[in-house]
Design a protein around this ligand. Sequence first.
Ligand SMILES: Nc1ncnc2c1ncn2[C@@H]1O[C@H](COP(=O)(O)OP(=O)(O)OP(=O)(O)O)[C@@H](O)[C@H]1O
Ligand SMILES: [Mg+2]
Length: 252
Amino acid sequence: MDPASVIAPAVPAPPPSGTGGDDPLAILAHELRQPLYTIAMATENARLLMEQGAPDRERVRDALERIAEQVDRTQALITATLTSANPRQHAVVSTDLVEAARNAVTLAKLLPIAAHVDIAWQLPEESMCVGLTMLQLEQVFINILRNGMESIADRRKQGWQERGLIRITIQPSARDVRCTVIDNGVGISSADTKDLFEPYFTTKGANGNGLGLHICRLILGKADGGIRLSPGEVEGARVELWMPRVPHEAAS
Ligand SMILES: Nc1ncnc2c1ncn2[C@@H]1O[C@H](COP(=O)(O)OP(=O)(O)OP(=O)(O)O)[C@@H](O)[C@H]1O
Ligand SMILES: [Mg+2]
């Protein structure tokens, strides 16, 4: 008998772990792009300011602060990836969704694609805690906001000349928090909506990885929440998120 057939496994080997869109390295790489992009922009900005005869020190300091913040964010993403790989380091968390939405809007507005987009929000006065970290909630909102902005940019490329608008609404109920993000971009057809959450599904060619919505769904699933994408009532797209509320006392 051929010795190779003796040691051949009787059942097909399972796929290597971390493939099929749940690869922590692919997710980390995807999420690092936002802070790295902002660092690159702020560095270029600081360089141009320094080339001026009398550099505006205030603006140089702003650019350097932005770089330092985004370096911290990069480190936080790496730490979170390492922590999630360690089963002994899973702490109970409670984070204010309203504060996360505000932070994500600040970060998303730094992206060049935000130039033609207004962001309007209707947020409750009180805090709404959910069982995810601030970093995870910001990741969810940034991916959704970036999709809305990219969709608005696509519509403008087709000749539409109005300003883009993204509306964020957070509605609490006794047990859950629901959040809606509506944009006036190119929109989606209702037939496509299921595929959009599949890892690596993108309609953006080389400009998209097809991981943003998949990452949102993975993160929200950790807190027993969910996400849905549907065509907007008149135009654009509508994203709905929901998560159970958790007590504020557990805040970390
Ligand atoms: N607001 C939106 N309006 C229209 N289409 C959307 C919107 N959000 C998502 N989509 C569609 O869903 C697809 C998947 O989105 P997803 O964020 O997962 O990946 P992506 O944006 O293509 O790439 P990336 O990994 O860089 O985020 C997009 O390619 C796009 O076709
Ligand atoms: Mg995306």
